[in-house]
Design a protein around this ligand. Structure first.
Ligand code: PLP
Length: 442
């Protein structure tokens, strides 16, 4: 049977379920139910030929959209030259490492770079180096997400893997609520008057137990679990405690870095400097898997010889694409253009909310190329309905947040005016649909 001829998503999904365990079905994801065959820029096409505007970019892995020509050209050039080496030095790898340090303002004489293929593996590399430099536990904060490998899964404490014994013995997780989720503050306080009371307990814990702590691992904004940007003051306080006790700070910028939040590095935009900075996802431009840890040489040099290597890490193809990603981000207009698209979406959705009395408890947040509609606590059904209505209008948003009350719209940085205007028209229709539904709510 020729697979290309089937133009029915349902039939493909049956075949999908036959060959994958249930765990592969992401039922929280409103995209579920469509099977895609093609993409160009901000658009994706399903097997039936319907086109969608992608407002997820693969959790910010494809920040340049699909098949961005400069990246395709860089990949094609490299494919004619040198495709694979495992571990051997090659010029593309060296040039990318130097370029990363320069772009992120890490001094070459005291900083180094390690490469991996995935975000989870890069987090493990940073974790290994941190504990080799300063033995102890790793602390994670809030509703964090740092990967799904056996080691990184328990770092996002909502899915502990107790049998591994990593939790408690090697990991200290701040509770999910101990994080500035200001739009749904569990203490019902307001920043800055609240004085960040939500984190006072976890910060005190870090101070009190400092001798047993190696590092604090933190996302400058919560990515996969809500696109929540905390007040920068959180990091100033963390830095003070970490510096006082010699604890290392690791910034997981796998999702926040490389332009999504209006900066190459969101941590830098917030005015703080980690000891190790982890990049992934969009570093490969949505074409190739590549991740990196930038960090203090004295910390990275503590990695035990032979403790870190991957067959496909920093392959010539991956480094060629990543170098072009950096070139585009540092010399092109994309971070500003993405931020401007985000601002337009925020302004438009704010206007839509104002037109509907029943949306009084909803607010619009976000930064850079990210627009988030927070429907408010207790409003998960409404948020889901809106996300589904978006899919019905051929927009692909991300239903997210600790209680799934948030709908994030994250266009490619390259989205053009026409695609943005189509997005706004479709959002308007999705809102109307969502508000009709609210009339039916008890
Ligand atoms: N850290 C953050 C903040 C992420 O968003 C992700 C993936 O979504 C990861 C780590 C894990 O990256 P990967 O899926 O490439 O292992």
């Amino acid at each position: 049977m020729s697979t290309e001829k089937i133009d029915d998503s349902a039939e493909w999904l049956t075949r999908f379920r036959n060959v994958h365990p249930t765990a592969a079905a992401r039922d929280h994801d409103p995209k579920f139910g469509r099977v895609f065959v093609r993409g160009a820029g901000a658009r994706l096409w399903d097997v039936a030929g319907n086109d969608y505007i992608d407002l997820t970019c693969g959790y910010s892995a494809a920040n340049f959209g699909q098949s961005f020509p400069p990246l395709i050209e860089a990949a094609n050039r490299q494919l004619q030259t040198l495709t694979h080496l495992t571990g051997e030095p090659h010029v593309g790898r060296i040039a990318l490492a130097e370029r990363l340090l320069d772009a992120f303002d890490w001094p070459r004489e005291s900083s180094q770079v390690m490469f991996n293929t995935t975000g989870a593996r890069a987090i493990e590399t940073a974790w290994k180096a941190a504990t080799a430099f300063r033995p102890g536990k790793i602390v994670t904060l809030g509703p964090a997400f740092h990967g799904r490998s056996l080691a990184t899964l328990p770092l996002g404490h909502t899915q502990p893997l107790a049998p591994l014994g990593l939790l408690d013995e090697h990991i200290l997780c701040g509770a999910s609520a101990e994080y500035p989720y200001c739009a749904a503050c569990p203490l019902q306080l307001h920043y800055p008057d609240c004085d960040l009371q939500c984190v006072s307990q976890v910060l005190t814990m870090i101070s009190d137990r400092a001798p047993e702590i190696s590092a604090v691992l933190v996302e400058p904004a919560i990515g996969a679990r809500g696109m929540i940007v905390p007040p920068a003051e959180l990091f100033q306080r963390l830095c003070r405690i970490a510096r006082q006790h010699g604890i290392l700070l690791i910034a997981d910028e796998i999702q926040t870095g490389l332009g999504r939040f209006g900066h190459l590095s969101l941590a830098k935009g917030q005015g703080w400097q980690p000891d190790l900075l982890v990049l992934g996802k969009s570093l490969g431009g949505g074409l190739v898997p590549i991740s990196a840890v930038l960090g203090r040489s004295d910390v990275l040099e503590c990695l035990v010889v032979g403790s870190e290597s991957e067959t496909f890490a920093a392959s010539p193809l991956a480094t060629a694409v990543a170098s072009e990603v950096l070139e585009q981000l540092t010399c092109g207009p994309w971070i500003e253009r993405g931020a401007s698209a985000g601002e337009k979406l925020r302004a438009f959705t704010r206007k839509l909310l104002q037109q509907h009395d029943s949306a009084a408890s909803s607010i619009v947040e976000g930064q850079g190329a990210c627009c988030v509609i927070e429907f408010g606590s207790q409003a998960a059904p409404r948020a889901r309905r809106f996300a589904e209505a978006c899919v019905g209008q051929h927009l692909l948003p991300q239903l997210t947040g600790p209680e799934l009350t948030r709908v994030a719209l994250m266009p490619p940085l390259t989205i053009n005016e026409e695609e943005l205007s189509v997005t706004c028209s479709r959002l308007q229709l999705a809102f109307a649909d969502c508000m009709d539904f609210e009339a039916e709510l008890p």
